[in-house]
Design a protein around this ligand. Structure first.
Ligand code: SF4
Length: 368
């Protein structure tokens, strides 16, 4: 294989067609290859037994398949499994498998580290190392499908994962071009064929990108809100200094929602930071004219970050205030807390999280 070999697992269906045609092959070969890559999750050309030997030999010289190496697996008592994967250049990313009786969900990463600098988040302490390619985003899904099939004795031809949430390491809309190609692959009928209803992308609120996301994709939107006023959000989520809550809510009101869908607002409750009755009343007002549901998540503490979880009865009180204001609000179960796989806890051990005292300035490593 030459060093110029094309990363064919990062190509869209159309891109693969163009590539295969440029090799002088018939377009149906592209469809066969795409199915091997993204329906069956093949990791080598040798597996593709219905492609001719000559074609496979040619592919080996001009193309490469991107795979992820499983580096670590941690199992929670609640059934959640956190996988740490190593990329071809030695970077570590994490994906979290969350099975329940109704669905098998994977939380997917889109970047190595993150540039957004949210003060309560372990991933933020890594800074942004690089964007993941479309292949690396999709490969997490293929790799975990393989793991689940093996662990749960599921037939080889089936896709066990039912739902995907883009809430892992990174800000998905900061890596929008690659995310878009990956979503196209994940939803493709000759690929894993996920329904758009079963894919949710979460953003901290890159306002101009929300508009593009709505225009160019068809999956569900979640907003990681976490504060009811700019004063607090400016401190805990630096992105808010650029786009205020009013800008964000305006983008949400304009978001082209499909029939029956709502925008999910994630609100991580942190003791004494954003969990007062006044916060709940303000939050209810903010979302009142948006088809919305609010997911309340009790903060998962990260040593050194200086934030603490809200207490149980406070979360219930907060939910009840939203409820009485007519806002659909749910307290979400914390999955994988014991293995640091819960929301805001993903930080691979390649680089130790850096302690930044509360009140100190944490600068994002790239301008969002
Ligand atoms: S919460 Fe999400 S966007 Fe914010 S720093 Fe963590 S990974 Fe990045």
């Amino acid at each position: 294989m030459s060093s110029e070999a094309v990363d064919i697992s990062s190509l869209s269906f159309e891109g693969l067609n163009a590539f295969i045609t440029s090799l002088g092959e018939k377009p149906f070969r592209a469809k066969q290859l795409y199915r091997w890559l993204h329906q069956r999750g093949a990791v080598s050309f040798d597996e593709m037994t219905d492609l001719s030997k000559d074609f496979r030999a040619k592919l080996k010289t001009v193309a490469r398949i991107v795979t992820l190496e499983k580096d670590l697996e941690q199992r929670s008592i609640d059934g959640t499994i956190k996988y740490r994967f190593k990329t071809h250049d030695g970077k570590m990313i994490e994906s979290v498998y969350m099975p329940s009786p109704e669905r098998k969900t994977l939380c997917v990463s889109t970047q190595v580290g993150c540039a957004m600098g949210c003060r309560f988040c372990a991933t933020a302490t890594l800074g942004l190392m690089r964007h993941l390619t479309p292949a690396e985003i999709v490969a997490q899904v293929h790799a975990v499908n393989r793991e689940v099939r093996a662990n749960e004795k599921i037939e080889k031809t089936l896709r066990p994962l039912t739902n995907l949430v883009f809430m892992g390491m990174g800000e998905p809309l900061h890596n929008f071009e690659n995310l878009k190609v990956a979503l196209g692959t994940l939803e493709h009928e000759d690929g894993p064929n996920f329904s758009s209803r079963h894919i949710t992308v979460s953003t901290v609120g890159l306002v101009p990108m929300i508009e593009r996301f709505g225009a160019e994709t068809d999956v569900k939107l979640a907003i990681s809100l976490n504060a009811s006023n700019d004063e607090v959000r400016d401190v805990i989520m630096p992105v808010n200094k650029k786009w205020k809550i009013a800008d964000l809510m305006d983008a949400c009101r304009k978001f082209p929602l499909k029939q029956g869908r709502r925008i999910t607002f994630e609100y991580v409750l942190m003791n004494g930071v954003n969990d007062t009755d006044d916060d709940a009343h303000r939050l209810a007002k903010l979302v009142q004219d948006v088809p919305a549901k609010v997911n309340l998540i009790q903060y998962n503490e990260n040593p050194g970050l200086g934030f603490h979880t809200t207490v149980d009865n406070r979360a219930e009180r907060f939910r009840d205030i939203l409820d009485r204001a007519g806002v659909a609000a749910f307290i979400r179960a914390n999955r994988g807390r014991d293995i640091s796989a819960a929301c805001g806890q993903l930080a691979n051990t390649e680089k130790e999280p850096t302690f930044v005292p509360l009140g100190a300035k944490r600068s994002p490593t790239a301008d969002p």
